[in-house]
Design a protein around this ligand. Sequence first.
Ligand code: SF4
Length: 272
Amino acid sequence: MKRPASEKRRHVLGLSGGKDSAALAVYLRDRLPQMEYYFCDTRKELSETYEYLERLEAFLGKPIIRLNAARGFDHWLNVYRGYLPSSRMRWCTKKLKIEPFEYYVGDEPTLSYIAIRADEDRPGYISTKPNITPVYPFRTEGIVESDVYRILEECGLGLPEYYQWRTRSGCYFCFFQRKIEWVGLLERHPDLFVEAMRYEKTDQATGVRYTWSQAESLAELSRPERVEEIKRRHQLESERASRRLRGRKLYQVFADVVDEEGGDDPCFACHT
Ligand code: SF4
């Protein structure tokens, strides 16, 4: 019997280590048992992310394929002449996430499931390869952020631990972090903060500073008086948000405040 065209397609779902893609995997586990789960590992993620992926893997009952770029971040940093990636020059996403994913998929017709929610107004990453078709189940099913929290609570997985101080998955030095998240890294993973500091430098010839966080180096950001200032501001915003968002849980208030602190939209190849 000839199989319908849809059966010939692969179904793949990229996990970022964040809540939305994890919830989508949970949501689709029994609906699409043929799903292939993958995670593009930059090897620069937080230990909490790796731990969460292991728990998710146990829940899904099948392996999450780890895709590694053939060469890591430091190799590409050299290729880009020490130019740190930024929201305008996001070479890290291309080299460490998109290219390994497209290589993994190859040329077979593939449905790529993307965890953009119905309450988000963003396209997410869309591959330019013609054999890869994006699918947005949360958007078509009307699933919003509160549903994501519910899905993760009901299945017993909960949220990754870093949600207490950071709103997204991704590399520990990700430039999309807000100031309060850098303070979180400093306090929770001082060794990684020092590692992130080592990447920053000033071009002696031009005087141009390469820093992760806008307008200040991590050395400047980590000065005690600056840390206190960032915390004080965040506390004030949190108190306002708590009044406004009465009844919501602490991590939801934190996420809301961090989002309001502004900055660029997150990278949807990395943070879903
Ligand atoms: S998490 Fe941030 S630093 Fe890491 S690859 Fe994605 S955009 Fe780049």
